[in-house]
Design a protein around this ligand. Sequence first.
Ligand code: SF4
Length: 443
Amino acid sequence: MANERRTFFIETFGCQMNDHDSEIMAQLLTGSYRPVLNVNDADIVLVNTCSIREKAEQKAMSLLGCLKIIKKDKPHMVIGIVGCVAQQEGKKILSRLPYVDLVMGTQNLYNLPALLGEIIHNHKRIAAVEQSAAFEIPPYLPEVDKGSVHKRFVTIMQGCNNFCTYCVVPFTRGREISRKFKDIIAEVRHLAAHGVREITLLGQNVNSYGRDLKSGQTGFAELLRAAAEVEGLKRLRFTTSNPRDLNDELIQCFADLDILCPHFHLPVQSGANSILKRMNRKYSIETYLDLVRRLRAARPDIAITTDIIVGFPGESEDDFQATMNLVANVRYHGAYSFKYSDRPQARSTAFTGKLSEEVKGERLARLQKRIGQIVMARNQEYTGKNYEVMVEGRNKSRPDQWFGRTASNHIVNFTGAKSLQAGQIIDVKVIEACQHSLRGILR
Ligand code: SF4
């Protein structure tokens, strides 16, 4: 089969980092292969996996089970498992899953076309999972048809040095590697010149950007300030941050840079100091609350969201109550909460004091109920006021309704417009708060 007739499909599990990696892989392949929307039509299927939570890993494994069946009728189909599970399990996957042709780790993303070429033309099965401290994220200028996309991610670093005890990222993504400042700004300029209006700078722990670069290089606050200067850009965001690495320079950016959106995702994970210590988070609740206070002083309209793990080994009912109290105290604009699960390689897997699924489930339900009430009350604070909304699109089932996002990252469904472009910024009056969004009318 000639290359140009081959098709590919990428399924992504997990976080925004994985979504962006899949975008890059699609770009790398599009010159030689054709993307399809249905896995059954694909000659090459890549499963981009996440190992942070057990559920995402189980979903990926279940898809691989389906692919095994499809491949029986389509033996030429190339199946690749990429991302964190590939990194974690390595070569073992090739012997365990004989229908898998490619196992590609997190530092091998940009080698994908060459690896696929080897598999297709030389009929090899390949595991490319080596990691090196000398790895550099290469310069990358994605092809974008002018005006075709209004928002994009830009990778600024990969990996993490923090070793939170429940987390596999330092093993699957490796240690922190910052991308070169000039390459990042070149990509931001390139995207803005092609009509992209909003950029999200992406890394596992963006606050520590630049620490591994040679002296004379810059930190994350300087990077934000340089990106904010890029002509044509309207909104700048970033994700994700560990509170221990949040410094004054970054907080000051929220006071100084209008283009920096007033939204901060600041994962707290637990409201109890004893649990934070077992998690190796290296901050206390008092320090965390002080950061929240300083962020709000710098930017009073900032929306703060978080991640919380419920039922970490050793979590007592009092520890859990401390988390409930923290949530009520901070009054988050949004929170993702999860039950703790053991992950391979994570230190907490060997911890004592594991809680039953029943206790974890009951606590999670209580927490999510409380979070739901707080988020709803927060959303109600937006009603009756006007906000700038960046248009994302038109509602398919209700053509009179459009949707977009406020700078604070709230989804707004609104009416009153006939013709709008994605990426356009318009004024909307919020008239109603819903649990997961706001409703408004064009002003
Ligand atoms: S800061 Fe902690 S939770 Fe976040 S990626 Fe690093 S080790 Fe994982």
